[in-house]
Ligand binder design. Structure first.
Ligand code: FAD
Length: 645
């Protein structure tokens, strides 16, 4: 039996982004001794990169806004596949979460009369994104961190120990959720610096590990986004919901190659930037789909007037939801009207004075100047789609964030599914993190308190097998000598092949034969990944870390590919060239991915695939929420029988 350090906590939060920190604060404030564990440095989570803002119907800039309008926009953006109760809670609670951040010290940009300023973003009917220039995520994390430190100082005064009730384990990676009799009992983790293994025992675990973008070659996501939480939940027995929905943000950098995929914030378009093709044409006017026809301007003049007079004009089509804009850019490039480096042009230089651009979009100005030697106050940017966000995720109960089927497991933030349906609106992630992070922390604390003394125990056998699994890359030579073996594999090569496969075959435009080919390639990679080998020792060994992350990326990629093959329609972030239209029958269908081997191990035969797919009917939208929409609009989305009901 391996000897690993153990500590006992009431709640363990995996991930220290916006969702994780908000969950931890809530759990601690409700009396639970809470540990936060994150694989990067504390304060370095992906949330820091969020630029444009946080969506909340505070009506500071347009008094027409309210939670009902926000709910409507979110459902439209998600093409009505959203878990509607989550969309309702999100729209109702987001303003409180923003005001709360302010009371904790966040310094938002202001309107002239001193209120929190709100900016326009795609798919939002009114200016709704509270922001701090284009560095909103940084302020959000700074504020939540400060709150954590404040709580630790309070604890110090009472107990003499800053970490008695709230402790952060940074640069530590969780590789398994542990269970006893089907219930969560803790997590198994390793310290990245020393390679030391340890266990945090806790009856409640909140997963808030963010997204999956590093499975794709061109992505706006950072190194942390290897789908760990999605895989941890799957391996613990929780299903993943609608994994086919991956958001390709329309505007990532395309040049130079070293920075391809880095995000160009939607605020550029929200603040007046326009998209043009190589003929200089504002092509988005040609791509307004029927469901949005009456809500978007028909001419450039009307679109331009909207910025100053939104009540009497319709918004420009550059502000359509992201899936529509990404597809339009893709089509323009394919038709040969792209920019020199395979994107299109995004121009603010002819739309705003240089000093306004530098003030409102400081990060974008520096990003292009430093990375591409482009001065965006004088010339257009070149942009193209980049894998940005995953709408699919852990299937959760809307009110409690409890993962389905695994008592004690909770999920919040990007790793959770349902809230955004088939496509997320910009700004709706930061608000999602706070609304559901808080709910996850609250219910995790309540769950633990409800167990009284009867906590599940950590099983030594599971700890040993988690340790053996983590050490496997060091014995790749032995693995390769098995009868079915081949030479040890380089984890970096496997990762590159995986990214290329997902990018080329399960990317922005999908076709049946290509997805089948992707599944075959994933099967091959799975076999080879068993021989992923590393040299050296456990002290800070990035090759080893990647070898472990590969398990997660392969699992998640298989979920995406299988679900995408199954859904024979195009909706939101899932575009099938062979099934181009949105099919109302599919609106009622959720696709659930579960692990084929229910014992929680990986399937014995890696070629067979590790994922089983089932479908379920979505819960009908509550009547009072449906009443917020015009009947003519509902006809475009709802299935025949739903309209009848
Ligand atoms: P994260 O902030 O990514 O945190 C994940 C945490 O989990 C990290 O601490 C990580 O270390 C940890 N972790 C991961 N795996 C493990 C493991 N195995 N063990 C331990 N810890 C682990 N959304 C908006 O609403 N508005 C915006 O303006 C906006 N701008 C964006 C700009 C960019 C460039 C990008 C990429 C995204 C943007 N988004 C925006 C999306 C938004 O930032 C993310 O969806 C959101 O920050 C995710 O937060 P999270 O708390 O779920 O995860």
């Amino acid at each position: 039996m391996s000897v690993v350090d153990r500590q006992e906590w009431d709640v363990v939060v995996v991930g220290a982004g916006g969702a994780g920190l908000r969950a931890a604060i809530e759990a601690r404030e409700r009396g639970a001794r809470t540990a936060v564990i994150c694989k990067s440095l504390f304060g370095k989570a992906h949330t820091v990169m969020a630029e444009g803002g946080i969506a909340a119907a505070m009506a500071n800039v347009n008094t027409g806004d309210n939670w009902q309008v926000h709910f409507r926009d979110t459902m439209r953006g998600g093409k009505f596949l959203n878990q509607w109760r989550m969309a309702e809670l999100h729209a109702q609670e987001a303003p409180q979460r923003v005001w709360e951040l302010e009371t904790w010290g966040a310094l938002f940009d202001r309107t002239k009369d001193g209120r929190i300023s709100q900016r326009n973003f795609g798919g939002h009917e009114y200016p709704r994104l509270a922001h701090v220039g284009d560095r909103t995520g940084l302020e959000l994390i700074r504020t939540l961190q400060q709150k954590i430190v404040q709580l630790q100082q309070e604890d110090f005064k009472e107990t003499g120990d800053y970490e008695s009730r709230l402790k952060v384990f940074q640069e530590c990676t969780v590789t398994r959720v542990l269970k006893e009799d089907g219930r969560v009992s803790g997590v198994f983790a390793y310290e990245r610096e020393s390679g030391r293994f340890f266990v945090l025992e806790a009856p409640a675990v909140v997963i808030s590990t963010g997204g999956i973008g590093k499975s794709f070659k061109v992505t706006s996501n950072s190194w942390e986004y290897t789908g760990d939480g999605h895989a941890l939940a799957l391996l613990a027995g929780a299903p993943l919901l609608n994994m086919e929905f991956v958001q390709f943000h329309p505007t990532g950098m395309v040049w130079p190659p070293s920075v391809k995929g880095i995000l160009v914030t939607e605020s550029v378009r929200g603040d007046g930037g326009v998209l043009r093709n190589s003929d200089g044409k504002r092509f988005m006017f040609d791509y307004v789909p029927d469901v949005f026809k009456d809500k978007y301007a028909e001419s450039e003049a009307e679109g331009d007037r909207w910025y100053d007079d939104p009540d009497n004009n319709r918004r420009p089509p550059e502000l359509l939801p992201r899936d529509e804009v990404a597809r339009a850019i893709n089509a323009e490039v394919k038709e040969g009207r792209g920019s020199p480096h395979g994107g299109v042009f995004l121009d603010v230089s002819t739309r705003m004075p240089a000093e306004v651009i530098k003030r409102r979009l400081p990060s974008m100005y520096h990003q292009f100047k430093e990375l591409a030697d482009v001065d965006i106050t004088a010339e257009a940017m070149e942009v193209g789609p980049t894998c940005h966000y995953v709408m699919g995720g852990v299937a959760v109960e809307s009110d409690t964030a409890a993962a389905r089927g695994v008592p004690g497991l909770f999920a919040a933030g990007e790793v959770a599914g349902g809230m955004h349906g088939s496509n997320r609106l910009g700004g709706n992630s930061l608000s999602d993190l706070l609304v559901f992070g808080r709910r996850a922390g609250w219910h995790a604390a309540e769950y633990t308190a409800g167990l009284a003394g009867a906590r599940p125990l950590v099983d030594d056998v599971q700890v040993d097998s988690a340790a053996a699994e983590a050490l496997r890359p060091f014995s790749a030579e032995a693995e390769s000598e098995e009868p079915s073996g081949g030479p040890p594999e380089n984890p970096y090569t496997l990762h590159q092949e995986l990214q290329q496969t997902m990018n080329d075959l399960v990317g922005i435009i999908r076709r049946e034969p290509e997805m089948k080919q992707a599944l075959e390639k994933l099967a091959e990679l799975r076999v080879r990944a068993r021989r992923a080998g590393v040299e050296g020792h456990r002290q800070f060994n990035p090759g080893w870390h990647l070898a472990l992350d590969l398990r997660n990326m392969l699992l998640v990629s298989e979920c995406v590919a299988r679900a995408a093959l199954e859904r024979t329609e195009s909706r939101g972030g899932h575009t099938r060239e062979d099934h181009p239209g949105m099919d109302r029958k599919w609106r009622r269908i959720n696709l659930l991915c579960a692990l084929a081997d229910p014992t929680g191990g990986l399937a014995a035969d890696p070629v067979r695939g590790q994922i089983t797919l089932t479908s379920e009917t979505t819960e009908p939208v509550r009547a009072d929420l449906l009443a917020l929409f015009d009947k003519e609009e509902l006809v475009k989305y709802l299935a025949e029988e739903e309209l009848y009901e």
